[in-house]
Design a protein around this ligand. Structure first.
Ligand SMILES: [Zn+2]
Length: 355
């Protein structure tokens, strides 16, 4: 893939299936709230039945007919001959009540609609045949949409990239479809290669959807589906905790599995930067205090060539940590990209990593 697409950038071909899913946002569910209740009361009720059965049996007196045995059915319900009496020892010798043959199986709940928690290796190896929302096990404030193709990713995410971080495009409104297509063409890209991966904070995503609504911009089916995922994710993180939504696509003709793994690593670092204030503060400190202006300028120049908005200093810092520390694939980043040699970049890495 071309080097200048290293921004790790992406469009689901609209299809009726996705359209239909878009209409209704998944319910907000607090993590962990759903599974608790079902089985807990069962043992208590069984114990109570057993005790009540014992009291009743002990209260009866044998009347004339010799020994009838009483059998306790599972659950403590007496069955057997029409007995009136049971000698006291029966109670002691009777087997403990067995479990009911089948506990009620919890019905499909809202739990099933929650994004699965996957670790990085599982995210890397995951392959989606339809867009799906996943969640990073190591940091549940980080969500990831895995798209089946770069085209699907682009149709859902490119206009968000245009609003949030793409150089030379308006920061205060959502582009029309024709404007978006023109911007992609000017960049020498297609909708598939505009971005290979994406990362946005919850607040940036909310701004995109608010602006679209303000200006009555019609969302593409993919964008509307993303909006529903954002609503779901928002409801899963604690109030006041920022979330980050990442996206990547399955390997294909334009991106191999190694590239996907590197892009994932890059995007996950944005996830950490956006949700771990101490990590972000350390990187900002290093950028401002330890790097020289010449070093910052070299990195900004590279990011500018990649199409990032160099006027957005926070974006520069976030991308600097992602490219220098967390982009192992040399097709996306090498020291030469910022006009340095390996030793110089290693020194910068050391500075950025300092606590
Ligand atoms: Zn990045």
């Amino acid at each position: 893939m071309p080097e200048d697409d290293a921004t790790i950038r992406h469009s689901p071909a609209p299809d009726p299936g996705r359209n239909s899913r878009v209409q209704v946002a998944p319910p907000r569910v607090e993590w962990g709230s759903a599974p608790a209740a079902v089985p807990a009361a069962k043992p208590v009720r069984r114990g109570a039945a057993w005790m009540l059965g014992g009291v009743a049996l002990a209260g009866f007196v044998a009347v004339g007919l010799g020994a009838w045995w009483v059998v306790l059915a599972p659950g403590g319900i007496p069955v057997g001959p029409p007995v009136v009496a049971a000698p006291a020892p029966v109670q002691a010798e009777a087997p403990p009540p067995a479990l009911p043959a089948a506990l009620p199986v919890p019905t499909a709940s809202r739990l099933a609609a929650l994004p699965p928690l996957l670790e990085e290796a599982a995210l890397r190896d995951h392959r989606a045949d339809a867009p799906v929302l996943l969640r990073l096990a190591e940091n549940p404030a980080v969500f990831l949409i895995d798209f089946p193709t770069l085209e699907a990713q682009g149709a859902a995410m490119n206009r968000i990239a245009a609003l949030v971080e793409k150089a030379g495009l308006p920061r205060d409104r959502v582009l029309g479809e024709a404007e978006m297509a023109a911007a992609i063409a000017r960049a020498g890209d297609t909708a598939a290669t505009f971005y290979y991966g994406h990362n946005y904070r919850g607040s940036d995503l909310q701004r995109f959807f608010d602006l679209a609504q303000r200006d009555a911009v019609v969302l593409s089916p993919g964008e509307a589906w993303v909006e529903a995922q954002v609503r779901l994710a928002r409801g899963l993180v604690p109030a006041g905790q920022e979330m980050v939504l990442l996206s990547i696509a399955a390997p294909g003709p334009l991106m191999d599995a190694t590239g996907r793994a590197s892009i994932l690593r890059h995007e996950l670092s944005h996830g950490r930067y956006g949700t771990d204030p101490a990590y972000a503060a350390g990187i900002r400190e290093a950028w401002r205090q330890r790097l020289t202006e010449a070093e910052r300028a070299a990195i900004r120049a590279f990011l500018g060539r990649e199409g990032y908005d160099t006027a957005d200093e926070e974006l520069m810092i976030n991308e600097a940590q992602a490219y220098l520390l967390h982009t192992p694939d040399p097709r996306f980043f090498t020291p030469a990209h910022i006009g340095m040699d390996e030793a110089q970049v290693e020194r910068l890495r050391g500075l950025l990593r300092q606590p």
